[in-house]
Each structure stands twice: as C-alpha cells, then as structure tokens.
Design a binder for this molecule. Sequence first.
Ligand code: OAD
Length: 245
Amino acid sequence: MIRGSTGPHDRGRVVTEIVILTGAGISAESGLGTFRDLGGVWTQVRLEEVATPEAFAANPARVQDFYNARRAQAASASPNPAHEALARLQKAFGDRMMLVTQNVDDLHERAGARAVHMHGSLFSALCNACGARDTWTCDITNESSCRNCGRKALRPDVVWFGEMPYHMDQIGEALQSARLFAAIGTSGVVYPAAGFVAEAEAAGAHTIEINLEDTGHPAFRECLTGPATETVPKWVDGLLAEGAR
Ligand code: OAD
C-alpha cells in the first residue's frame, strides 16, 4: 500500500492516497497555545467574544486586537520537528498526500510544506467590502485600507464559528480516495474537521490518531500517544521506509 513513485492516476490527475489533518497540538511545542487544554486559549478568552461574526460586528477593535496578538506570536514561533517531518513526507509523496490544517499559523509552510488551511490564515486579510484577499504580516486595524478597493473594511482571513470552513470540496474529494487518514494534535470536537475520520473510514482508509494523549475518539483504528515532536518524526520515518521497500 502507498508505495511507488508515480501512484494511481484518475484521468491524468494524481489521486490523493494520504490525508493528514493537523490541529493546535502540532504547534504546541513551538510555543503556540492550544485551545482546550489546561491554560488553552478558550480557557482564557470566551470564543463568543472574539471568534464569531457577531463578536466582530459588536466590537471589531477587540477582535482585531486578539488576532493581532496571535499573528505576532505565530510570527515569532518556529516550526518544530513534527512540522518538518510532515514536510519530508509531502516531499516524498507530492500530490498523493494532502496536508489539511485547522491551524491559522504558517508553521507548516515555514517547514517547507504546502497546507490546505481550512480555518484560514493569520497572514491573510479579507476585505469585507470587495472580498479581496491579501497577504498581511502586520496588524490589521479598523483604519487599515484594502489594497484592492481602498475601503477600511479589513478583517483577519480566518474562519469564525458560524462560518463555512474553506476548501471543503477539495478535502472531501481527497477523503474519498485516501488509503490512510491521520489526525495529529487535534481534540476532534470541532466540526466539520471532527467528521473527517468517519468519512475516511467509510471510504476504506486506515485511520490513525496521533495525540499527546488518547482522546478516546472511538472512530480511529490506531492511536499513537506522546508529544508530536517525538511521535510524528518516528511515524513519518516508518511510512517512508515502508514506501521505499
Ligand atoms: P484543541 O485545543 O481543541 O486540541 C488540541 C489537541 O492537541 C488536544 O487533543 C491535545 O491533547 C493535543 N496536544 C497538545 N499538545 C500536544 C503535543 N505536544 N503533541 C501532540 N498533541 C498535543 O485544538 P484543535 O483541535 O486544533 O477553530 O481545535 C480545533 C479548532 O477549535 C481550532 O481550529 C479553532 C478552535 O476553536 C476556530 O477558531 C474556528
């Protein structure tokens, strides 16, 4: 399974064999806080106050401040060996692997991987007036102007609760063809990402959870526990060795 250098093709298009979903736990050892662990972001701030369209409408400055702080924190963090291992895996498998992340940091990219950001990115601004997206590395404020239309209507290009995650068609298609699905560092409580394991399983994939602790999620066939910086590189080395045999 999952070997060879060319892989299956569907009418000239490379078929996805591996789908990997990452969550906040993969960036925890880079110093970025998770959401629901002890001391996590949602134990300090009510998500209803900063991560919904209603919160932004009620108090845009408060929401901008929250994401500006997270952007600055992410910019000062560095990818860890788990991000680097997934980049190695993607280099070996190319388009036969899809890396999907719920994270809005850019640590997968800075490790050399291409990730599908289903919850958007801290490093992109979205214009509420014209819909343009723009790479954005500094603070966004209510005075920031859209470089496309000039209006002061920018928001962080992240998906808030109540909004539709990005790239769902592309991810759904990959889950249908995947032979292997792994969820790394995610509590598996936020949908639609939490439902990916069931979709992959129904389509015949082997499913594996890699987490600091066993989340007790019944859908996974296999579970690896421990810090991502230790478990992920070992798991990736095993897959690469299997592919090389
Ligand atoms: P959570 O905070 O819900 O879960 C983090 C998971 O990472 C937990 O299961 C931890 O056990 C695990 N973990 C922590 N440290 C780890 C480590 N060093 N190695 C491996 N695993 C570790 O974060 P997510 O599941 O990513 O959405 O949260 C999903 C979504 O909920 C986020 O994208 C965000 C949040 O609200 C939005 O803001 C829309």
